[in-house]
Structures are given as structure tokens and as C-alpha cells.
Design a protein. Structure first.
Length: 136
């Protein structure tokens, strides 16, 4: 076998491996029911913070322990444990995406993504007037 044939074969094997890995790891948003059915598998779950339940974070006791309750799009609520510091303005977030897996009826998050309310929508005028402005 020629060297060029070996190189082409290796490139093809690597390309197939990349495609297979991408397809198996491609994840979409899921819910807590799916995560509970397959504990240990990583899921991306989008939900809303339950502001009626406690957000537990005490930097004096353990700076890397943060827990809260999240309600997914199916209405299922679970306690989320995040072993890292609490993100700034966490309470102001509209939606939270947690990435992790279920363990002992709690979701162990490895990453958090926050969707905060837009600061540009807060002072949006109800109606625009008739005034026009021209550049000089």
C-alpha cells in the first residue's frame, strides 16, 4: 500500500469518528422526566427559577455549594445542586439552563447558563410621538 493511500484512509477514519461523536453528543433541551429516566447521562434542561423556594448559598460555609429549585417546561420541579459559586444577578434571570445529570432525585449541574431580562425592554416607550429629529 502506498503512503498516500494510508494517509487518505486515516483521514477518512478520523472524519467518520468526528461525525459519529458529533451525532451521539448532540443534545437539545430536555426535561427532568427524561433526566430521571436515565440517571448519569448529561442533559441540558431549560426552566424557570422557583422564587417561592429557598436559594441556598452561604459563602462562609462552602463557597462551592449552591442549590435552588427549577421548574422545567413540563412543570416538573427539581432541586438543582451546582458545585460552584452563585452567578451574579442569578435571582433576576428569566430562564436558567442547567447542564448535568440526575443523582438521588436531585439534578447535579456542571454548568449554568442564565437568560436575564433585557435592559432595553424595561424603559420602552408605550407610544412614539410625532417628533422627528434630523441630523445636522
Amino acid at each position: 500500500m502506498k503512503t498516500i493511500h494510508i494517509v487518505i484512509l486515516l483521514v477518512l477514519v478520523i472524519a467518520v469518528a468526528v461525525v459519529v461523536t458529533t451525532l451521539t453528543d448532540a443534545s437539545t433541551y430536555s426535561n427532568f422526566n427524561d433526566a430521571t429516566a436515565t440517571p448519569g447521562k448529561e442533559f441540558h434542561i431549560i426552566g424557570v427559577l422557583n422564587r417561592n423556594k429557598p436559594i441556598d448559598y452561604d459563602a462562609t460555609k462552602d463557597v462551592n455549594r449552591f442549590s435552588f429549585y427549577l421548574v422545567d417546561d413540563k412543570g416538573v420541579e427539581k432541586k438543582v445542586i451546582y458545585n460552584n459559586t452563585k452567578p451574579q444577578d442569578f435571582e433576576k434571570s428569566d430562564k436558567v439552563v442547567v447542564i448535568g445529570s440526575m443523582k438521588n432525585d436531585e439534578f447535579q449541574a456542571t454548568s449554568l447558563l442564565l437568560k436575564c431580562p433585557s435592559k432595553y425592554n424595561a424603559n420602552k416607550p408605550k407610544e412614539f410621538g410625532e417628533k422627528t429629529y434630523k441630523a445636522k
